[in-house]
Design a binder for this molecule. Structure first.
Ligand code: GLU
Length: 432
């Protein structure tokens, strides 16, 4: 069983989407199920509506889930398992206040050592715990052995007892922390392989330790994906616009192009341009590089153009929200632009009102009248020579005026290449 487990706490980051895609591909390759689990146990950080946004985004990318869970619905299991850990003395109640802990953290900082929980409440007797009236959290006891796991991308990893530490599993409001809810749910949902971001590497021994203490014997395989860097080589933060999937879609990238780019990133792919169906045939998680991948917007632009060229008329009409008859024009303009709105603007300019600079007003008018009188020509050269003759215009004056009249700009693709795509609408184009 595979899962994608986003927290509904903000815009989906491209790193999250990449994890979703890989989990989905692996599920398809192995014939196993793919679960979408919304990790909504941190009430303070949840943003309402983000859960539906996640589902809409995945749907746009063709990622279908076999089951949808809200982690908060599993709260009773989280509490039951926390109880079991307390009874089995694998976990303990901790009454330390935030002030106590902050003072100890500050001291550790002053002394230049890493802060670790000092075991104060672990030493309390059962009677002392029973007599306590203060609020408490539940902490796991530290592991009694080095925690190890073999990451499919990073290889063998070892963690000291102190790396795992006596971490909190239940908050004082009796809700589980991320590590606890995730460890329990992965166990209950029989997850066999987890692909997620590198920022979770240090959580894995904690989650394994929780399950080990509960006597869970199945092992879960892990692949942690290297972070994505921006063009300056820094970690792409959530605030960076290019890191938001929603923003990339809004500014005019096709889902199929973003998906292609994210699968290609830091990967040894046999081809450069592909669909998710094709990727399912050859994708191998072991080919993902250990080193961080750099986000390259130029490459994404190129891939976007390629996917526009590959799309059929129906798909283009859907994403450009424009008549299917303009498909060839859309593809033609990928030589000039990469994003949906940029390309669309060029097409609308052909069929819209023209802004004619003063110096061309007269000549454009002449061409307009001549074209309206002329028959339709299949061939640009015939059209051009007849129009030149009839209008008595030559050289720059002729070509510039014609370009303005047809495209509303003074620069752009070769008119002889554009002509075959617009010749049927010529009279309509010049009369606006
Ligand atoms: N909710 C966590 C996140 O969005 C899930 C990480 C995981 O896949 O375990 O980062």
């Amino acid at each position: 069983m595979y899962r994608f487990a986003p927290s509904p706490t903000g815009d989906m980051h491209i790193g999250n989407l990449r994890a979703a895609i890989f989990n989905y591909i692996l599920a398809k390759q192995s014939g196993k199920k793919f679960i979408l689990r919304i990790e909504d146990t941190d009430q303070d950080r949840n943003i309402s509506g983000t859960d539906s946004e996640i589902q809409e985004i995945l749907t746009k990318f063709g990622i279908k889930w076999d089951a949808l869970y809200y982690q908060s619905k599993n709260l009773k299991f989280h509490r039951e398992f926390a109880n079991k850990l307390l009874i089995d003395k694998k976990a303990f109640c901790c009454f330390c206040t935030q002030d106590d802990l902050s003072a100890k953290k500050d001291l550790a900082k002053e002394q230049n050592r890493a802060y670790r929980y000092d075991g104060t409440c672990e030493k309390l007797s059962d009677l002392e715990v029973l007599n306590e009236t203060r609020e408490f959290v539940v902490r796991m006891k530290k592991p009694n052995h080095t925690m190890k796991f073999t990451d499919v991308i990073k290889g063998d990893l070892n963690f000291d007892l102190d790396d795992v530490d006596s971490f909190v599993i239940m908050r004082s409001d009796k809700t589980p922390t991320y590590n606890f809810a995730c460890a329990i749910d992965d166990m209950l949902m029989d997850i066999s392989f987890v692909v997620r971001g590198e920022d979770h590497v240090s959580n894995t021994p904690k989650q394994d330790w929780i399950r080990e203490c509960l006597g869970y014997e199945k092992s879960i395989k892990y692949a942690h994906l290297p972070i994505i860097l921006n063009k300056d080589g820094k970690k792409m933060s959530k605030r960076e616009k290019d890191s938001s999937v929603k923003n990339l879609l809004d500014i005019g990238y096709l889902p199929e192009a973003i998906l292609n780019y994210l699968v290609l990133l830091g990967n040894k792919a046999p081809v450069e341009i592909f669909t998710i169906k094709e990727a399912i045939k050859w994708f191998d998680i072991k080919n993902i590089s250990k080193s961080p991948a750099k986000f390259d917007i130029d490459k994404l632009n190129q891939i976007n153009r390629e996917h526009i060229r590959l799309a059929d008329s129906q798909r283009l009409s859907e994403i450009f929200d424009i008549d299917e008859k303009f498909s060839d024009l859309i593809k033609f303009y990928t030589q000039e632009a990469s994003l949906i709105p940029e390309i669309k603007a060029k097409i609308l300019a052909i069929f819209g009102k023209k802004n004619i600079p003063d110096e061309f007003k007269k000549s454009v008018e002449i061409l307009r009248n001549e074209i309206l009188k002329m028959q339709n020509f299949a061939d640009f050269d015939d059209f051009k020579s007849t129009l030149m003759k009839n209008s008595n215009l030559k050289g720059k004056m002729f070509f510039m005026s014609l370009r303005i009249l047809l495209t509303n700009t003074t620069h752009g693709p070769e008119l002889c290449e554009l002509y075959p795509l617009i010749k049927t609408y010529l009279k309509e184009i010049v009369s606006i």
